[in-house]
Design a protein around this ligand. Structure first.
Ligand code: FES
Length: 265
């Protein structure tokens, strides 16, 4: 197997997207497409998978030791990028994007490339909405917040349930490709709704799993029951493939390989 080397890059800009999410721009440009990811090496700490939020950036939520270390870095510091890895989205025709929280990061390139017709973006509160102004200028943006502090009061799935509800709903049948990324329970609910409408074959979901090697060797990222490695066969999977997996939305594995409830991490 061709081994991809980690490339050292310098951080050129750090943007606060929300109180817990930052975008790190770097001085290397990778020929990534939407949904592909990289292994980010944080000197002295760890190597962790992150979706590209553009060919020269990652957008990161502070959730653990590695991301905390990343948040302590400054402009001019060096990190290592190994990638692009994985398959990415394959948008065709009219494209509906559905994102929850920092799940908007790997979907942002679709908007930057003018490929996202409608973008449904969910967040817990108004403070946690990422890329609002940018996505609003590039796409037909619909927003929901769990607490109702901005946009539709409720979940992104409400906006799929019927066009015209509160003026912000869409009819997924109007789209040829539906690209999704967010908390796995949200993605599972999106898949359930799309499957009820017989549209699961139009949907593509990006999964997050604990990864060690990132290139298909170690087995730490597998959806065992579907025989799929998230790093090598994904991270983007069709709705039809995920319908075969009980693991999707129910459990994943931690760094020791132990089963933990809830998909992703
Ligand atoms: S991370 Fe090693 S097989 Fe996927």
């Amino acid at each position: 197997m061709h081994e991809i080397a980690s490339v050292p890059v310098k951080i050129t800009e750090i943007r606060d997207e929300t109180p817990t999410i930052k975008t790190f721009e770097f001085d290397g440009c990778f020929s990534s497409k939407a949904g592909q990811f990289c292994m980010v090496w944080i000197p002295g700490v760890d190597e962790v998978p992150m979706g590209f939020s553009s060919p020269s950036s990652i957008t990161v939520q502070k959730v653990g030791e590695a991301t905390e270390a990343l948040f302590s870095l400054n402009v001019g510091d060096t990190i290592g990028i190994k990638g692009p890895l994985g398959n990415g989205y394959t948008p065709e025709g009219r494209v509906l994007v559905i994102a929850g929280g920092v799940g908007a990061a790997p979907l942002r390139p679709l908007a930057l490339e003018g490929l996202a017709d409608t973008f449904i973006l969910g967040a817990r509160t108004a403070d946690e909405i990422v890329y609002k102004d940018e996505l609003g200028s590039l796409t037909d943006l619909r927003i929901s917040t769990d607490d109702g502090s901005y946009g539709h009061h409720g979940f992104v799935t409400d906006l799929l349930a019927g066009a015209g509800r509160g003026g912000s709903g869409v009819d997924p049948e109007d789209y040829d490709t539906i690209c999704v990324c967010g908390p796995e329970i949200m993605m599972k609910n999106v898949l359930r709704i799309l499957n009820e409408k017989d549209l699961s074959d139009r949907a593509q979901f990006s999964l997050v799993r604990y990864m060690k090697c990132g290139v298909g060797i170690c087995g730490s990222c597998c959806l065992d029951d579907a025989g799929l490695r998230v790093c090598r066969d994904g991270p983007v999977f069709s709705g039809t493939d995920l319908l075969k997996s009980f693991e999707f939305g129910n459990y994943s594995r931690d760094a020791t390989g132990r089963r933990v409830s809830g998909g992703g991490h």
